[in-house]
Design a protein around this ligand. Structure first.
Ligand code: G3P
Ligand code: CA
Length: 241
């Protein structure tokens, strides 16, 4: 059965990368959540997509220039101003403490491409082990050196390269860096590539799949999973298969 992973939580209807978006993904029966991490000035792993605070919070400037205490004062729900409950930027530890109470899969995307966050991999691995989430966490990144570093630190945790462009044989590439799967842009992965990857034992989890016709394609081919902003639509559609 193709798993449904909620992109930045249930980000179609709730502020991305906040606790309410993760809780709502669980209520929507998603199989897992995807989230993005950066490092604060004082080295905390925080859950936010952009390097800058400007788009999704009440703050301005780079995440890396603020301490956790400063970041916690910001409103992380500005994209959904009608929401009654105030949202803050979660730490990865807060999300993991919640994940330890359920069975959801967690795809942690390391956002260490623009800035090279020193020690990010070690911190993420430490938290995964602390919360005993090794078996249901997948670490992904567009920075493939970073996920290979994670594999060296913790071979028990699955890694998956993010691929924005189509490769002829991404399953060979994934296997060559010890990844058990890869996460391609959905439009860059034809059915033939998905089938050959699955036959080779390599998982495929395309992002960010919001068109129903694309969801249907992936359900029909029994793709491993896909990452979507709207888990409700995806789960409902899956009932047909
Ligand atoms: O997981 C894939 C997807 O999240 C990568 O793109 O920009 O939404 O983090 P982005
Ligand atoms: Ca992401």
């Amino acid at each position: 059965m193709t798993e449904v992973i909620a992109h930045r939580g249930y980000s179609a209807k709730f502020p991305e990368n906040t606790m309410i978006a993760f809780h709502e993904a669980e209520y929507a029966n998603a199989d897992g959540i995807e989230l993005d991490v950066q490092l604060s000035k004082d080295g905390e792993v925080v859950v936010i997509h952009d390097e800058k605070l400007n788009r999704t919070t009440s703050g301005k400037g780079y995440v890396k220039d603020f301490t956790l205490q400063e970041l916690k004062k910001l409103d992380a729900g500005v994209l959904f101003p009608n929401l009654s409950e105030k949202q803050t930027i979660p730490t990865l530890e807060e999300v993991f403490a919640w994940l330890a109470t359920n069975t959801l899969i967690c795809n942690v995307e390391l956002k260490n491409g623009v800035f090279r966050y020193e020690g990010m991999e070690e911190k993420v691995i430490k938290l995964i082990r602390q919360y005993d989430l090794s078996k249901r966490t997948i670490i992904s990144s567009f920075n493939h050196y970073s996920i290979v570093h994670c594999y060296r630190l913790a071979p028990e945790v699955e890694i998956a390269p993010l691929l924005s462009e189509g490769l002829y044989m991404p399953w060979i590439y994934a296997a060559s860096i010890r990844a058990k799967g890869f996460h391609p842009r959905y439009s860059a992965v034809p059915n033939e590539v998905i089938s050959l990857s699955l036959e080779s034992g390599i998982a495929v989890r395309p992002y960010t799949v919001n068109k129903e016709v694309e969801m249907e394609r992936l359900f029909q081919i029994n793709c491993t999973a896909f990452i979507t902003d709207d888990p409700t639509i995806a789960v409902k559609l899956r009932d047909k298969y």
